[in-house]
Design a protein around this ligand. Structure first.
Ligand code: HEM
Length: 435
């Protein structure tokens, strides 16, 4: 294991030996994926979670830190005990600045009950079976058009031209966003979320958030305006349902709508895009799994999608803060302490998954935590994401059966999402020779 930081030392309360790598150090997240996977395997073998100290920013704030929750059973328990493991203090690492939340409102991922339950009920009520049925027809239409364009234009990058387009267009169609501002919104999503990664050149550290936040404010203003318009003249889109849904006397106001749309864009577009890109690469790197999938798409597609999500784990981690002392499978955690739930590590837990590093589309059962560990914050879009992936992979492999990635994906180091910047790909167009 190539060490990143620190020398072995006892970890205070637990008394166990500290490993030689540091999950709180951005350098750790630049290590090759197999090296990081080996580090998490080492953490899973230890008898208790290890505490990692974060460095104070610019020497001003006091050092903070977190217990790394790396086992499947522990991630599940923390996720399903929301009264103790709070999301309200923030789920991302590092935490967003307070003024950002004050200005843009809270999205439900950062709320606890009763506000979380209230908001989630309003949103769940708006996701009617009729809306989801229409979304499924739309996914099929958008996927078919994307594959038409791939055949016609033969783009080189699978990420921007194929994988990102599908979830983005589907969410915009669901929300009823007009065509005109869509390109600018997508550019904005790509820019605003780049700074979540750990690879930040010094200049962009200063520039991107400022520019990104202005664009975000414009986007949220636009969605709030659409909300006012739909309240006057409702249509069949999600915004109309959100402003009309009245649960416990509550409906979404302009600020809530803006925050929800931003959450959908980041939570729903980035994740699905990265899952699809990892999916094409995994199926290209494992020809025997690909042959099996193509031998019977009806039989293997659903399993392949879940195995892609387990293996790639698009969202690496979420943070929680303890509201009270709690024994997590034998370890005493104190009120006020933070834990980070590492979904990727849980998805490779040898106690749950046989041969966890293998990519096996027939794995059954496959109780992965790619959409979270259960509990009230479980991914709202899990069904939609699975549907998008199934429809696009079916369309691609049916019409372009030899489609495959070329070389390795270009990854963006990040402690938050397993992000692919670009992935080259090739295929034989229908009725032509291989290129
Ligand atoms: C492969 C694609 C996706 C993955 C891997 C993924 C993963 C996740 C994860 C890990 C969480 C946190 C769960 C927790 O804390 O227990 C989450 C929450 C969420 N996801 Fe997804 N997601 C995906 C697609 C989507 C899509 C397409 C949408 C939009 C419709 C969406 C909307 C949300 C929302 C709104 C939340 C917050 C729920 C809450 O706090 O109550 N996700 N997702």
């Amino acid at each position: 294991m190539s060490a990143v930081a620190g020398t072995p030392a006892p970890t205070g309360s637990t008394g166990i030996v500290r490993p030689e790598f540091d999950l709180a150090d951005p350098e750790f997240w630049k290590l090759p994926a197999p090296t990081r996977a080996a580090a998490f395997a080492e953490l899973r073998r230890l008898p208790a979670p290890v505490f990692f100290t974060e460095r104070p920013a610019a020497g001003r704030r006091p050092a903070k830190g977190f217990h790394a929750i790396v086992r499947h059973a522990d991630v599940v328990e923390a996720s399903r005990t929301p009264a103790v493991f709070l999301s309200g203090p923030g789920v991302t690492t590092p935490e967003p600045a307070r003024w950002v939340r004050a200005l843009f409102g809270d999205s439900m991922v950062n709320l606890d009950d009763p506000r979380h339950a209230q908001l989630r009920r309003v949103v769940s009520r708006a996701f009617t079976p009729r809306l989801l049925e229409r979304a499924e027809d739309d996914i099929r239409r958008v996927a078919a058009r994307l594959v038409d364009e791939v055949i016609e234009r033969r783009p080189e990058d699978f990420v921007t031209d194929v994988a990102a387009e599908l979830p983005f267009q589907v969410i915009c169609n669901m929300m009823g966003i007009p065509q005109e501002p869509r390109r600018a919104i997508l550019d904005q999503v790509n820019r605003a979320s780049e700074h979540i990664g750990v690879e930040r050149p010094p200049r962009s550290r200063i520039r991107i958030p400022g520019r990104g936040l202005r664009a975000l404010a414009r986007m949220q203003g636009m969605v709030a305006e659409l909300g006012r318009e739909r309240r006057r003249r409702p249509t069949e889109d999600l915004i109309s349902a959100l402003v009309a849904a009245d649960v416990d006397g509550r409906r979404l106001g302009g600020r809530d709508l803006g925050a929800f749309f931003s959450l959908l864009l980041v939570a729903g577009v980035e994740t699905t895009r990265n899952a699809l890109a990892h999916g094409l690469h995994l199926l290209s790197a494992h020809p025997e799994q690909r042959a099996l999938l193509l031998s019977d798409l009806d039989r293997y597609l659903a399993g392949a999608v879940d195995e892609i999500i387990r293996h790639a784990t698009p969202i690496i981690q979420f943070r929680r803060t303890l509201a009270a002392d709690h024994d997590l499978n034998g370890t005493r955690l104190a009120a006020g302490e933070k834990v980070v739930l590492f979904f990727g590590s849980a998805n490779r837990d040898e106690a749950v998954f046989a041969d966890p590093d293998a990519f096996d589309i027939t794995r059954s059962p496959n109780p992965h935590l790619g959409f979270g560990g259960g509990g009230p914050h479980y991914c709202l879009g899990a069904h939609l994401a699975r549907q998008e992936m199934k429809v696009l992979l079916r369309e691609l492999f049916t019409r372009l059966p030899d489609i495959r990635s070329v070389g390795e994906p270009e990854l963006i180091p990040s402690n938050f999402d397993n992000r692919v910047r670009s992935l080259r790909f090739t295929f034989t167009p229908p009725g032509a020779d291989a290129r």
